[in-house]
Design a binder for this molecule. Structure first.
Ligand code: CA
Length: 226
């Protein structure tokens, strides 16, 4: 999952970027409204954290522009304490959730998980696909009850496939949702990661659909995903 973090406070940005990366997200950071709008416009984020008080263009205007342009990405806004009217204008502009500063990082992470879960149409926090289970709260996965040892990129890949299980996902889509914009994509090809994850979860769980991409499915005989 890839997140855009829009925040002009350097300390808070650094702290959130680390927390988001530790939680398994690919993170891009925009320190002002102009860059935020550009990145949100050109990159396909899974979720966006948007501070409202920003240099150049304010957060509400950025959000209004995205929504006018048809962007449906879930957006959580960060508002200043006591500024209740910011929440109203934020929601009216198209926000899906908010947090008032100062907040606990854990609460931000929990709200982002909820937004992602709802936008992908999942009912429960833990994702299941046959014998595969993935818990985004702990960034852990298991197969038939056996814990999987995954690198952060392998985890990201499996998380994305499980969020969109049953659907064919192209390599391009995977690249866009697993890597941040500064990542050296050439030396980290998707095929390599798919191969490694297959080895760990059982090759037949990830089907290659020739010319189109990959599809994660339960094995024959396993319970169908809810
Ligand atoms: Ca600010």
């Amino acid at each position: 999952m890839r997140v855009l973090l829009v925040e002009d406070d350097a300390d808070l940005s650094r702290q959130l970027k680390t927390a988001l990366a530790d939680a398994g997200y690919a993170v891009d950071h925009a320190p002002d409204g102009e860059e935020a709008h550009f990145l949100g416009d050109t990159e396909p984020y899974d979720v966006i954290v948007l501070d409202l008080g920003l240099p150049k263009v304010d957060g509400v205007s950025v959000l209004e522009r995205w929504r006018r342009e048809g962007k449906t990405t879930p957006v959580l806004i960060l508002t200043a304490r006591g500024a209740w009217s910011d929440k109203v204008s934020g929601f009216d502009a198209g926000a899906d959730d908010y947090l008032t500063k100062p907040f606990h990082t854990e609460e931000l992470l929990a709200r982002l998980r909820a937004l992602l879960r709802r936008s992908a149409g999942h009912a429960t926090a833990t994702l299941e696909c046959g014998g595969l289970r993935l818990d985004p709260r702990a960034a852990r996965a298991s197969v038939n009850g056996e814990p999987l040892r995954l690198t952060s990129l392998e985890y990201r890949l499996l998380h994305y496939l499980m969020m969109h299980q049953g659907r064919v996902i192209s390599r391009t889509e995977l690249v866009e949702h697993l890597y941040d914009q500064d990542f050296d994509r050439d030396s980290n090809t998707i095929e390599v990661f798919v191969g490694r994850v297959r080895k760990k979860i059982g090759a037949e769980r990830i089907e290659t659909v020739r010319g189109l991409g990959y599809r994660l499915t339960a094995l024959p005989g396993e319970t169908a995903p809810a």
